[in-house]
Structures are given as structure tokens and as C-alpha cells.
Design a protein around this ligand. Structure first.
Ligand SMILES: [Zn+2]
Ligand SMILES: [Zn+2]
Length: 314
């Protein structure tokens, strides 16, 4: 009997340790062209139905797809207004924020999280009368005040109100000196890293990724971070002078090697890399997938997201 209790206990502990640490639901996955399927990923604590949207390229179509796939429950209106509690906007390009702007009249009061240069772009170019209406709480008058801007200071963690999540921003280089950013999301003592568009340090002549790897390496070593959402926009055939601040499969491996320098190889084997922002031109998405799977020296686990389908994470 005692033995049975012990094995039961072991099973429970095992199950708890295996439990998914985050719910991640892609509302859009591509890096351009398909305006109904652009970068946006809902992240939440498991089963909490309270989400932070990591970028907001496509919102409404993604919600409808996610309802269809039973990844989200509730009506479109309820999900937009009540389940999405805030937006992290990585940078000022339209494919990362068009869904936020277009859906703003139907949305509810909530927070926008971004680094200062991105808030400037929202304030100066999108939430203005010439292009839309100022739904935010700073900038051009009339100010409707639906969205509250929350500035992310590099390396400083802040809570995502009305969720169990915490958020830390880091700067990225996206055609230097243009700034993009990454979000390190924490729930309890587990982390998930989302990167907006980024070039490789070598091409960008920058050290932003090196700094980021330095910051997250200890979390990977402690087993607290095993999911990274990162872009691979172009296949390897894209010439380096035409990358426009993006990664290819080869450049991702180059950067992962930099990360490995800081963690050691054995720790990267548990790393799940969700590949975001593939440019959907012709059969690029398939070529990128093939190139990543065929040349995977660090043996990371690649995940190719689908719009509306909840991602299974370790
Ligand atoms: Zn983009
Ligand atoms: Zn971009």
C-alpha cells in the first residue's frame, strides 16, 4: 500500500513538472503580405483565459480561427474585450500592430506595453487624427484614453495587470539604428521569450542579441526558460545585404551558437524554438522549415505555429 502511495505521488510530481507553463495561441504567424495572418501571439498562464498579446498584426481573424479550433472559448467580443488584457508591441511596423489599430473602436480599456521609441511611433504616426483617432492616453488631442501606455525600461520587470504575468523588455536591432524589442514573460518561476523582428548582431553591427543571450542564459541553465519565439523571415538564399533586419535559418543557428557559448550545449536540447514571421512569398515558409530542420546542429526543438491553433509546449 505504501509503495502504491509512493508511486502515485511520483506520478503526480511527474505530471506537475510536465505541465504546460504557458498557454500560447497564435492569432497570426506571417511577416507580411497576408493581412489576415500577421504576427500576434496570445500568451497566458495555463487555463487562466487572461492573455497578453505579443504583437498585434492580426487580431480579429485570429480570434475567429482560434474559436473554430477551440483554442479559445467565448465570443469574439468577449475575447477581444475581456480576455485580452494588454498588448506588447515590439516595434512600429504595421505587420505588428495593424490589428490593434483597426480593432481599437471595438476594444475595451487596457494597457499597451512598449519601449519608449515604439510608444513615440504609436503616438506620432498611428493614434493621430490624420490616420485614425487617438485611442491612447497621451499625444494628439482629442485623447480618448482607452489605451494606457506603459513604458518598458530595458531589464526592468513590471506586472501585466489583470493577469498572473510579468513582463521585461529588451531592445533589439532591426536595421540599425531602428529599434525593435523582445519581451521576457514570467509566470511564477517560469519564463517565455518573444522576440520582435531582429537582425543578427554580425549583420546589424550591434550587440543587442548578445546582451539578450547574456540575460537569459542563466534562466535556461536553471531550466526556467525553455520556449523562445523568434523570427526567421527569409530562406538562406536571401543575400545578406537584402535582409532588412531579419534572420535566415543560417543566421538563427549563428545566433544560437552565441547563446550556446553562454549556456553549454546540453541545456539547449530542451529549448523549444517557435519560428515566427516567415515571409509567405511563394514557397518560402516550406523552404525555411526544411532548411531549419536539415541543419540543426544544436538539436533544438523547432515548432512551426499555425494561426488559431494552441501551441503545445513542454
Ligand atoms: Zn515584421
Ligand atoms: Zn519589422
Amino acid at each position: 500500500m505504501k509503495k502504491l502511495t509512493l508511486s502515485l505521488l511520483a506520478l503526480v510530481i511527474h505530471t506537475v513538472c510536465q505541465a504546460q507553463h504557458f498557454d500560447v495561441i497564435p492569432l497570426g504567424i506571417y511577416g507580411g503580405e497576408q493581412e489576415d495572418n500577421l504576427s500576434a501571439y496570445l500568451v497566458g498562464a495555463p487555463e487562466e483565459n487572461s492573455f497578453l498579446s505579443l504583437d498585434a498584426g492580426t487580431v480579429n481573424t485570429g480570434i475567429r480561427k482560434a474559436i473554430e479550433f477551440k483554442s479559445l472559448s467565448g465570443t469574439e467580443e468577449d475575447i477581444l474585450k475581456n480576455q485580452i488584457k494588454g498588448y506588447f508591441i515590439s516595434h512600429g511596423h504595421l505587420d505588428h500592430l495593424a490589428g490593434l489599430i483597426i480593432n481599437s473602436p471595438a476594444d475595451s480599456k487596457k494597457n499597451i506595453f512598449a519601449i519608449p521609441p515604439v510608444i513615440q511611433i504609436l503616438q506620432n504616426h498611428y493614434f493621430i487624427t490624420d490616420t485614425w483617432i487617438n485611442f491612447a492616453d497621451q499625444g494628439q488631442k482629442p485623447i480618448l484614453g482607452k489605451y494606457h501606455y506603459n513604458e518598458l525600461q530595458t531589464g526592468t520587470e513590471i506586472p501585466v495587470e489583470q493577469t498572473s504575468l510579468f513582463l521585461t523588455g529588451y531592445e533589439l536591432s532591426h536595421v540599425n539604428p531602428y529599434k525593435s524589442s523582445a519581451a521576457l514573460v514570467r509566470y511564477d518561476n517560469h519564463y517565455l521569450l518573444y522576440l520582435g523582428d531582429t537582425g543578427a548582431d554580425r549583420i546589424e553591427k550591434s550587440n543587442q542579441l548578445e546582451q539578450l543571450w547574456k540575460n537569459i542564459a542563466p534562466l535556461i541553465k536553471k531550466g526556467q526558460l525553455n520556449t523562445i519565439l523568434i523570427e526567421v523571415s527569409f530562406p538562406n538564399s536571401q543575400p545578406e545585404h537584402l535582409l532588412f533586419g531579419h534572420l535566415t535559418p543560417k543566421l538563427l543557428v549563428e545566433e544560437l551558437n552565441q547563446l550556446k557559448e553562454k549556456t553549454g550545449q546540453k541545456d539547449l536540447k530542451n529549448l523549444h524554438i517557435v519560428v515566427t514571421h516567415r515571409k509567405p512569398t511563394k514557397d518560402n515558409p516550406e523552404i525555411i522549415k526544411k532548411e531549419l530542420l536539415e541543419n540543426n546542429p544544436l538539436q533544438v526543438q523547432y515548432i512551426f505555429p499555425e494561426q488559431g491553433k494552441k501551441i503545445s509546449l513542454p
